[in-house]
Design a protein around this ligand. Structure first.
Ligand code: 3PG
Ligand code: MG
Length: 397
């Protein structure tokens, strides 16, 4: 029994107005959408509600405008939504007031309308109750299908849940079910991969994970900070040397909780941060003063993969190395490939998320062989930190 209401509970939508919060904050270049994944994820909810005869009204933010700004208009994104779902999508130049009300009044059962960027009104981010009520006048129900914006307590992501009957959309439902399997009620042993540049941005996350997972694998620039804290020389590598105490503290806490921390045992190092820079492999005790650690080495890859082979669940955030530059993507790609194979063999539940992570898994060509890959950035991180997400909390029964 899910703890939130879903579309299964929203039976009679025929002729009713359904406000659907989606995340249309998609990457764009020169007026064109460059990655439609978030739209594709929202499509089933939109289609299901329209097929049931609902009047579907899409709400979303785009970018971080300060007030109305034409460069952050959702109009070109609405056109992309129409393309992805293969149905007409009307557009209204404002998300509240007369333009929105007229466009909603013109909707027929099964019709779809996209309203202009909610962030054109500063009241959106303030979660202003009067603004939420203005939005609520446009609908009979509120469906939240934007997990990736659920860490924001804004009027369209949270406030509406207090004034209209609230339901999780299909994408939100899939996301919550995947996350539950990954960390809230997982099959043990559970491993987490935490990579990326900095320990300082992931302190809360590491703190939460050591109480929940059995194996914590640390990669990326973060790992250098831990190696440095253990007395290793890291040369010119990116490392937060002032966080050595913090890193040692995390290791001690992990030990006390029985969480195994996996750090690199070897590294691929280069003299400069550049694709195809001349590189060599060294064990972590022989990093030279002029060396920069840019990836984990082959023995570390083997070590990580052997740990993956003995766990049942994997949650992954952050790359192992400088994955955007060949050949320093090797560690990330090989571990991702191993995780994908274990997943396909039915031996592993694998869930990944976070902006860089998804880019890395897509580049490795493994994203569709993971159990679930979230499109969320900040929301996925806050979930991994164990923080309640306002846009999810408001859906709970
Ligand atoms: C995202 O892209 O992570 C979400 O759409 C949230 O956007 P925000 O960070 O501007 O709130
Ligand atoms: Mg963002």
């Amino acid at each position: 029994m899910p703890t939130f209401r879903s579309l299964d509970d929203l039976k009679d939508v025929s002729g009713k107005r359904v406000l659907v919060r989606v995340d249309l904050n998609v990457p764009m270049e020169n007026g064109a959408v460059t990655d439609a994944t978030r739209i594709e994820r929202a499509a089933p909810t939109i289609a299901e509600l329209a097929d049931k005869g609902g009047k579907v009204i899409l709400l979303s933010h785009f970018g971080r405008p300060k007030g109305r700004d034409p460069k952050d208009s959702l109009k070109p994104v609405a056109a992309e939504v129409a393309k992805v779902i293969g149905r007409a999508v009307a557009f209204a130049d404002d998300c509240v007031g007369p333009p929105a009300e007229a466009a909603v009044a013109a909707l027929k059962p099964g019709g779809i309308l996209c309203l202009e960027n909610t962030r054109f009104h500063p009241e959106e981010e303030k979660n202003d109750p009067a603004f939420a009520k203005q939005l609520a006048r446009l609908g009979d129900f509120w469906v939240n299908d934007a997990f990736s914006a659920a860490h924001r307590a804004h009027a369209s992501t949270e406030g509406l849940g207090h004034v209209l009957p609230a339901y999780a959309g299909r994408a939100m439902q899939a996301e919550l079910e995947a996350l539950e399997k990954a960390l809230d009620a997982p099959q043990h042993p559970v491993a987490a991969v935490v990579g990326g540049a900095k320990v300082s941005t992931k302190l809360d996350l590491l703190g939460n994970l050591i109480g929940k997972v059995d194996v914590l694998m640390i990669g990326g620039g973060m790992a250098n900070t831990f190696l440095f804290a253990l007395g290793k020389r890291v040369g010119k590598s990116l490392a937060e040397r002032d966080l050595a105490d913090t890193a040692r503290d995390i290791l001690a806490k992990a030990k006390a909780k029985g969480c195994t921390v996996v750090l690199p045992v070897d590294a691929t190092v280069a003299g400069e941060f550049k694709a195809h820079a001349p590189s060599r492999v060294t064990d972590v005790d022989h990093v030279g003063d002029a060396d920069m650690i840019l990836d984990i080495g082959p023995r570390s890859i083997e070590y990580v993969v052997s740990e993956l082979a003995r766990v049942k669940t994997l949650v992954w955030n952050g790359p192992f190395g400088a994955f955007e530059m060949e050949p320093f993507d090797t560690g990330t790609v090989e571990v991702a490939e191993a995780a994908a194979e274990l997943t396909q063999a039915g031996k592993l539940v694998s869930v990944a998320g976070g902006g860089d992570t998804v880019a890395a898994l897509n580049a490795a060509g493994v994203a569709d062989r993971f159990t679930y890959v979230s499109t969320a950035g900040g929301a996925f991180l806050e979930w991994m930190e164990g923080k309640p997400l306002p846009g999810v909390e408001v859906l709970k029964r």
